[in-house]
Structure formats: structure tokens, C-alpha cells
Design a protein around this ligand. Sequence first.
Ligand SMILES: [Zn+2]
Length: 301
Amino acid sequence: MTFLGTSSAAPTRERGLPSIAVVREGEVVLLDCGEGVQRRVITHGIGLNKEMTILVTHLHGDHVTGLLGLLQTMSLAQRKKEVNVVGPAKLQKWLQVTAELLQIGLSFPISFRAVKGGTVLRTRGFRVRATKASHSVEAYCYLLEEHERPGEFHPGDAKALGIPEGKLWSRLQKGRPVTVKGRRILPSEVTGSPRPGRKIGYSGDTRPSARLARFFHGCDLLIFDSTFKQGDRDKALERMHSTCVEAAGVAKAAGAGRLALTHFSARYRSVSGLVREARQVFPSTFAASDGMKVEVGYRGS
Ligand SMILES: [Zn+2]
């Protein structure tokens, strides 16, 4: 995944408005669309013509105003493939009204889903779940759950069953049954139990809560609102954001693998202090920065 923008409401010289690209086997999931996102999608080689799902957390300018420009740029690139757009119901209205006023005709269809909570959509690679965030407007957190992988393949068992190496092995490894000398062999006879996929959680803008920690339970990577340092907690409370330490508290309670702090207030020239504070609570913490690429590995491998 690539962090495309890691600032909060105001951009800085180093940080653009919020957006994150998750890329898996050619499929792209964009988390929020801060202004200027299309340029960063191009700069970081994400691609305008990929299988794409865009998840918008809420209708604050810094998270959504880049969407129209992105769609327009994809249209100029002659995109034909449908784009999934998920967000609060009013997002569809905003898109329709603006597209009409600016007379934008897109070269591809949009499949819009109004998010409420629960499973929002299943893509080729992921199940997308959402839950309400605690922010000043209707806002959601998202969870990307990679589909389960077939269990580990046991070549010895396959040989013992007389299955010739090659095409049939690969079929079984992909979780599909085969027939050898008239006998149907199930993948479960030659593989271990299915292995869980990777999980990425994204808070968008929110106050922390135990409910969110439960929602993000077992995330391999949790990306959480870290607008303020702990000393500015009064501002976090007032503006319905989180501090770095509060983000770390959620990661710890959720049993996350790693925590990425993001959505930093422009008031901090350096965010190393925020990382230090968070690490006291949750050691596997890092600060996201624009252009940073992170590989989310399978746990225990
Ligand atoms: Zn924001």
C-alpha cells in the first residue's frame, strides 16, 4: 500500500490531503480522496485503469474533494471499467450535482453504495466492512479483509493418493477438487486448514472507542487518526479527532500487528514526538508520510 496524503484538513509542504492506496494483485482500493489525489495516483504508479474501489469515510473537504478530479482524469484516460464508490449516502448527491453543474460526462459507469455499517461490498480480493466513526458529521471506519487463502499444500499426501504433479496439484492448491482415475479428491485431503487473509483497518476521522477496538480486532495494519499529540487532547476532543496516544490505545486493545499514524495537524513541523508518545503504549507504531510504501505481510510468515 502507498500513503498518498498524510496531512489533516490543511496541506503542508511535505504532506498532501488524506488518501491511501491499497494494491493487491492489480486491484486498487483507495481510502479517501483528498484534493489533488489524481496527481499522486499517477506519480506513485497506482494506475487509472485498474479494477478500483473508492471508500470515502465522510464528507469533509479534505477527504472527498479529490474524488471528482480523479474520476475526471480517469475519464480523460479513456477508462471503461466500472468504479465502485462507497461512502455516506449524500456523496452520491454531491457527485451528481457537481457533475451536472460542471457538465462532466464520464467514460465509465460508477457503482455507488451508500455505507451504513456491516459488510458493504465484496471485491475480488477483499470483503469490505464498515462501522460508524465518532466524528462531527456522519463518518465511517473501514476494514479490508482479504479473502481466506487455501491451506498449506502437502505434496506427500498428494503423491500417496496417486495425483500426478503439475496441473492437478495447482488446481488443488487453488482450492478446487480434482478427479484421478474416477475418484474425486477434495483439496482438504491434501491441504491444511484454510489460512486467514490479511486485514487492514482505516479509521478516517474519529474519536477513539472500545467499540472501534473491537471492530479493528486482529488487524495486521491499523491506520488511525493521529491529528494531535497527547498534550493537545483538548483540541482532539473539541474537533472529534484522536491523539497519537489514543490511536495507540486502540491498536493495543485491538491486538493490531502494526499501527500507522496519519492525518497529522499542520501545526506540527515534525511528528517524531507523536510517534515517541504512541510507542510508549504500542511499540509497533510508525508515522505515515506522503509516498511511503508499506508491505503488509501475512502474520507468522
Ligand atoms: Zn480530516
